[in-house]
Design a protein around this ligand. Structure first.
Ligand code: PMV
Length: 324
C-alpha cells in the first residue's frame, strides 16, 4: 500500500527583537494560526519530487544522480530533505506537495514553516516518530540557503509553536501569555522583500558605523527584555509603547519602509497600543496590538489606506503530523 503523510507547521510573528537577534540579542516570537502543509506520497520513481501550489514551481532530483541538484526556489527544501536522507543513509523516493496559507516573503516565516513541515513528513516517514530537534536541524539547512546569516528563530518557532524568548545558541524560554493579552493584528504592505538582502544591509551598516549601530542593536535587545516583563506585569500600554519604540529603532538601522511607517502611524492614531514592522522589514508585514474595542477602528483606518489587515491568534501548535 502506498504510504502518505500530511504534516503542518505554523507561521510566526516576531513581537520584538528582529535583526538584533542575528547578533545574539534576545527576541520575542509567537507562532500564529496560519499554516504551511506538506503532503508526502511514497513513489517508486527513485526521485524526490517537490511541487508548490502557491509558487507554481516544482523540482525533481534522482537520488542516484551524479549531477548537482537543480536550483530554483524549492532547492532549499530539497536540501533539507537530502540532509535527512543522508543522516539515515536512506533512499526514499517520494512526491512532496506543498500548500500554504502563509503569504510568501512577507516576514511571517513562510520560508521556515515549509521546510519544517516537509522535513517532519520525511522524518516521520522514515522513523515512524517525530524528533523535533532533528527536524529543526534539517530545516536550518534550507534557512541557511535562503538567507546566509539566520538567527534560527524562524525554524525554532515553526518547530515548537507557542510564544518564546529566543537567543541564539541558548535554550529558548517559553512564555505563558496571559488570557487578557491584546489582539494581534497583522497588516500586509503587499511589498515583497528579501530577508537575506535586509540582514546584509544591516550587517554593512553595522560594519561601517559600529559605534553608532552596535548600541542600537543592544537597545533593541534591552527593549525585548522590558517587553517580556511588561507581559508578565500585564501592562499592555507599556508593551505597546515598547513595540513602537522597537519600530523606530528598526527604522534607524534602515529596515523600515514608508508604507510600514504609515501603518504604524495610522494604527496608533486610531487606538492601537503599539505597532511595528515584523520580520526583516523593507516591506512585508507590520503588527499592531490593540484592545478588542479598538480593533474595528484600527482595521478600518488601515483598510481605507489600502492595506490588508487581519487578526491572528497565538498558536500552541508547532510542527505536527496531521495524518498518517
Ligand atoms: O522576515 P523573516 O520572517 O524572514 O524574519 C527574519 C528575522 C530576522 O531577525 C531579520 C533574521 C533572523 O534570522 O533572525
Amino acid at each position: 500500500m502506498t504510504r502518505e503523510i500530511l504534516s503542518s507547521a505554523p507561521a510566526k510573528v516576531i513581537l520584538c527583537g528582529e535583526h538584533a537577534v542575528v547578533y545574539g540579542e534576545p527576541a520575542l516570537v509567537t507562532a500564529i494560526n496560519l499554516k504551511a502543509y506538506c503532503r508526502l506520497i511514497e513513489t517508486d520513481t527513485g526521485k524526490i519530487e517537490i511541487t508548490s501550489r502557491n509558487l507554481g514551481k516544482s523540482i525533481s532530483y534522482a537520488l542516484d544522480s551524479k549531477e548537482r541538484p537543480p536550483r530554483n526556489e524549492l532547492y532549499p527544501i530539497l536540501r533539507s530533505l537530502l540532509h535527512i536522507l543522508n543522516k539515515f543513509d536512506e533512499r526514499v523516493s517520494a512526491r512532496i506537495e506543498i500548500s500554504s496559507e502563509i503569504p510568501v516573503s512577507a516576514g511571517l516565516g513562510s520560508s521556515a514553516a515549509v521546510p519544517v513541515a516537509c522535513s517532519a513528513a520525511l522524518y516521520y516517514f522514515i522513523n515512524g516518530k517525530l524528533d523535533r530537534e532533528a527536524v529543526m536541524e534539517a530545516a536550518r539547512e534550507a534557512e541557511k540557503i535562503v538567507h546566509g546569516r539566520p538567527s534560527g528563530i524562524d525554524t525554532m518557532i515553526a518547530t515548537f509553536g507557542g510564544v518564546y524568548a529566543y537567543r541564539k545558541f541558548e535554550e529558548p524560554i517559553k512564555i505563558d501569555v496571559p488570557r487578557d493579552f491584546p489582539k494581534i493584528l497583522v497588516i500586509d504592505t503587499g511589498i515583497k522583500r528579501s530577508t537575506g538582502a535586509l540582514v546584509e544591509k544591516v550587517r554593512r551598516l553595522k560594519e561601517k558605523y559600529p559605534k553608532v549601530i552596535d548600541p542600537v542593536i543592544h537597545a533593541i535587545g534591552r527593549l525585548t527584555i522590558e517587553a517580556i516583563y511588561a507581559i508578565f506585569d500585564r501592562d499592555y500600554e507599556r508593551l505597546g509603547e515598547l513595540l513602537t519604540l522597537n519600530h523606530r529603532l528598526l527604522s534607524t538601522i534602515g529596515v523600515s519602509h514608508e508604507q510600514l511607517d504609515l501603518i504604524v502611524k495610522t494604527a496608533i492614531e486610531n487606538g492601537a497600543l503599539g505597532a511595528k514592522l515584523t520580520g526583516a522589514g523593507g516591506g512585508g508585514c507590520a503588527i499592531a496590538i490593540c484592545y478588542e474595542e479598538h480593533v474595528e477602528r484600527v482595521t478600518n483606518a488601515l483598510k481605507v489606506r489600502g492595506f490588508r489587515c487581519f487578526s491572528v491568534n497565538v498558536s500552541e501548535d508547532g510542527v505536527i503530523i496531521e495524518r498518517k
